[in-house]
Each structure stands twice: as structure tokens, then as C-alpha cells.
Design a protein around this ligand. Structure first.
Ligand SMILES: C[S@@+](CC[C@H](N)C(=O)[O-])C[C@H]1O[C@@H](n2cnc3c(N)ncnc32)[C@H](O)[C@@H]1O
Ligand code: SF4
Length: 449
């Protein structure tokens, strides 16, 4: 990393899985959500997100919304409430929703028993219509995966598995409280493929405590040997003020920003040498994968799950803390398990926070999404498409010119192009130039690289 890029690497910027970001959310109640649901039209495909916030052990780096449970009681109770929430959501929609994408996130969704998983999928099938070819994905922890749950996933139509891999080095695993030898991942992939779940994603991480470039290199090579279709390479977001368990990870055990950059770029180089296509700043996919095709043809999107081929404008959330995206704005369910359960059991949807989006938000959101997915933005064409005067975004030029002077972008005739590879590493900082709400230090986010 060049020293002139240090100021970007040190700054905290949003990941832009939404715009405006969740930092802008305020109070938003059920009547507002019901009104928005009532305004949706039957012909729009809908994407569903189901959050399962339980795990058996806490990984010390974990930034996800999860609770540690020893037995099954709380998971079983959660399942019952989720079943009820599906009925409430279906009843609030003026039509039977057509589902183009389904994503189970967590936590660890495969903590559900095979019977409960199957019953929940049947419940979704009763209340909604799955479109042919729908992408039905589940995040899973290889350490706790069993052939029985894999069987239940396959039987109920799941066709994509996203496995948390992180790092294969024993000393890194010890320092993140996640012991997961290679054979555990290897056998999980074999079980999944044998059951017909052939779309395999891996989550890897850099910037972990005591992780060195050589660990990243070894991890990436071993991960590639299993030929996943997609790889996400996440930079560890150390946010101990927000996630108290991260305080176990001392600051001096963490790679500095130069090392983080080296690790991210090393991983990129290795994965690209292996023939994968680079997607945005943290994803990779085989060249014939739908995500690579979307990146090439300009239809790649970004939503709360990160980079996606999901083109649905509507994502509805189920489960505590889940976030939904609608043409009118964003909504978030109650994050606290008790509150979420009591509200659903009283027959109400639990949306508590969110934000209505303005035309200007949509205009900026689309610009940020193009930068994050295409690594380029034809600013005049963008203004024309959104019925704005061609100089609407000229106010952003001083920031873009600074990025240009620092060798991250080219701005010529209102045409913005990200310079590879360094600009790709700082894509979030480039996107932040367009953000009307963000300012350095204004709200807490993770570091840009
Ligand atoms: C819900 S977990 C995946 C499924 C399962 N719970 C597991 O860990 O295997 C989602 C992914 O987020 C990533 N992640 C979690 N905490 C993170 C953090 N603090 N910074 C960056 N990525 C993180 C990890 O790569 C993890 O696999
Ligand atoms: S990384 Fe996954 S398994 Fe580990 S605590 Fe977080 S959600 Fe649970």
C-alpha cells in the first residue's frame, strides 16, 4: 500500500449494503410497514431473508447478531415463533408473494433441527410461491454441520450453501476461538455435493489476530483446492465498542493497515491466478458463475447480504433483527429476542426501526451501487437517467479529484473510472464521496480496508 493511501485505509467508512446506511435508521412502526406492504404489486418478485440468531460457541471476531445457546430449547421456541411470523407476513401482503431469492443468515441457521428446517420450508411453500430457478441459500458452520441437516436442506430445495471457513492456520484458529481443521470443511463440501447442493460459497477472512500473509496464502490455497463457486474475503471488522466479546482480541495482536492491505491483495492475486473473477472489493466467483456473468453484463447488485445477483427490489425480513428493503424504504425487526417473540405472538409484525427513502436517496444509492459493482460511473448518463441536470453531482468533484490525485480513480468528462488494483481495495472510500450523510468520524464504521 502506498503511503498516500494511508488516510483512506485509516478512515472508517460504511460497507454500503444499503443507502442510506443503517446508521440513519430511526423509529418506524408496524402501521407504516403494513402500509408499505399493502402498496406492493403482485407482479414484483420478492426476496426473503430469514435470520436465525443462535450459535453453540462464540467466535471472538464475530460481528453478527447471534446468541450462544447450549441446548435446543431456545432454538425450538424461536422456530415456533418464526412459523407464526410467516403467517403474519403473508396475511399482510395483498397477494401471494413470488419468491425469487431466499437467504438464511445468522448466527447459524443449520442449528435448526432437520425436522424444524423441513417444516419451516414447507410453511414458506404454503404461504408463498417459489419461482422456478429461485436461489435458495443457507449460511452454515461446517463444525456443526451433520449429514442429517444436509439431507433436510437438499430435500427442501436448498441449492446454495455458504460456509464459514475464515482461516485454516491452527494458531489463528486458536486466537479466534474457532477450531476448524481442513477435514471438517472438506467433508462438509463432500456431503453437500453428494446431496446435490452444488453451489458452494466460502467466507474467508483477513486481518485476524496473529494472522500473517503466509497464513492467508495457505488458507486461500487450501480453500481453492475445494473449488468453491464463490469466495468472500472479508476484512475483520474490529468493533469492540459494539461487540463486547471482541475485547478479548487485543489491538496489538491485529495486523496493521499495511499488513491488512497486503493480505487482501495477496488473496486477490492468488484467487485471480486460479481463474476466478473479482467481484467488487471482497468477492470472487468462477467465470461461469451467475455472479461473474452479472458483473460482466452490468446487472450485479448490492444488498444487505453484500454482492448479489438478486434483482428483486423488495427484500422482506423474518426473524429478530432482520432488515427488509422495499421501494419505499428500509425496515428492521426488533433485535431483542424477547421483544420480537412477544410481538409476533401477540399477532403483530415487529418492525421498529427503518427509514423512508427520498428520490435523492435513490439517485445517490444507484450511483454508489454502480461504483461498488461496475467500478465505473458515467455521471452524465446517471443524471440523465434520474432526470437531473447534468451538473447535479459536480459538488462531489473535489472529493473525486483528491482520489484522482492519489491515484485511485480517473475522472474525465464526468466519467469516473476506478483504477485497479488499488482503487478496488478502497472502493468503499470512493463510494463514500457520494454519500450525503457520511463525514469522517461522524459515525462508527469499520476501517476501509
Ligand atoms: C453468519 S456467519 C457465517 C455462518 C456461520 N455462523 C459460520 O460462522 O460459519 C457470516 C460470516 O461473516 C463473517 N464475519 C463475522 N464477523 C465478522 C467481522 N467482525 N468482520 C468481518 N467479517 C465477519 C465471517 O466470515 C462469517 O463466516
Ligand atoms: S462467526 Fe458464525 S459461528 Fe461464529 S459466532 Fe458468529 S455467527 Fe456464530
Amino acid at each position: 500500500m502506498k503511503t498516500e493511501h494511508l488516510k483512506y485505509a485509516m478512515s472508517e467508512v460504511p460497507r454500503y449494503t444499503s443507502y442510506p446506511t443503517a446508521a440513519q435508521f430511526g423509529d418506524l412502526d408496524e402501521p407504516q410497514y403494513l402500509q408499505w406492504l399493502g402498496e406492493l404489486s403482485a407482479d414484483q418478485p420478492i426476496s426473503l431473508y430469514v435470520h436465525v440468531p443462535f450459535c453453540h460457541e462464540m467466535c471472538w471476531y464475530c460481528g453478527c447478531h447471534t446468541t450462544i445457546v447450549a441446548g435446543y430449547d431456545r432454538v425450538g421456541a424461536y422456530f415456533k415463533t418464526l412459523m407464526r411470523e410467516v403467517e403474519l407476513l403473508a396475511a399482510a401482503l395483498p397477494f401471494k408473494a413470488k419468491i425469487s431469492h431466499l437467504h438464511f443468515g445468522g448466527g447459524t441457521p443449520t442449528i435448526l433441527s432437520p425436522e424444524h428446517f423441513g417444516a419451516f420450508m414447507a410453511q414458506l411453500g404454503t404461504h408463498f410461491t417459489f419461482l422456478p430457478g429461485a436461489d435458495l441459500a443457507v449460511e452454515m458452520d461446517p463444525r456443526t454441520l451433520t449429514p442429517e441437516i444436509v439431507e433436510a436442506l437438499a430435500t427442501s430445495g436448498i441449492n446454495r450453501a455458504s460456509l464459514g471457513v475464515q482461516d485454516f492456520s491452527p494458531h489463528v484458529q486458536a486466537n479466534i476461538h474457532r477450531i476448524q481443521p481442513f477435514y471438517i470443511v472438506d467433508r462438509s463440501v463432500k456431503w453437500l455435493r453428494a446431496a446435490g447442493i452444488n453451489a458452494i460459497n466460502f467466507d474467508l477472512m483477513y486481518g485476524l489476530p496473529y494472522q500473517k500473509p503466509v497464513d492467508v496464502e495457505r488458507t486461500v490455497k487450501r480453500a481453492l483446492s475445494l473449488e468453491p463457486d464463490r469466495i468472500a474475503m472479508f476484512g475483520y471488522a474490529h468493533v469492540p465498542w459494539f461487540k463486547k466479546h471482541m475485547q478479548v482480541i487485543s489491538d496489538d495482536s491485529l495486523p496493521d493497515v499495511f499488513e491488512r492491505y497486503t493480505e487482501a491483495q495477496l488473496a486477490a492475486d492468488l484467487i485471480l491466478q486460479h481463474g476466478y473473477q473479482e467481484i467488487g472489493f471482497d468477492h470472487y466467483a468462477k467465470p461461469d458463475d451467475a455472479m461473474s456473468i452479472a458483473a460482466r453484463d452490468g446487472s450485479l447488485k448490492r444488498n444487505f447480504q453484500g454482492y448479489t445477483v438478486d434483482e428483486a427490489d423488495i427484500m422482506l425480513g423474518l426473524g429478530a433483527s432482520s432488515i427488509g428493503q422495499m421501494p419505499q424504504g428500509y425496515v428492521q425487526n426488533a433485535p431483542k429476542l424477547n421483544e420480537w417473540r412477544e410481538t409476533v405472538e401477540a399477532g403483530r409484525l415487529t418492525v421498529m426501526r427503518g427509514l423512508g427513502v427520498s428520490d435523492d436517496d435513490r439517485f445517490i444509492r444507484a450511483a454508489i451501487e454502480k461504483v461498488m459493482t461496475d467500478l465505473a460511473l458515467d455521471i452524465e448518463a446517471h443524471c440523465r437517467e434520474h432526470d437531473r441536470s447534468l451538473d447535479t453531482l459536480d459538488e462531489v468533484f473535489p472529493k473525486l479529484q483528491e482520489l484522482q490525485a492519489d491515484g485511485l480513480v480517473i475522472l474525465e468528462n464526468r466519467q469516473l473510472t476506478v483504477i485497479e488494483p488499488q482503487g478496488r481495495r478502497f472502493l468503499r472510500s470512493i463510494a463514500a464521496s457520494f454519500d450525503r450523510y457520511w463525514a469522517p468520524g461522524k459515525s462508527k464504521h469499520s476501517k476501509a480496508v
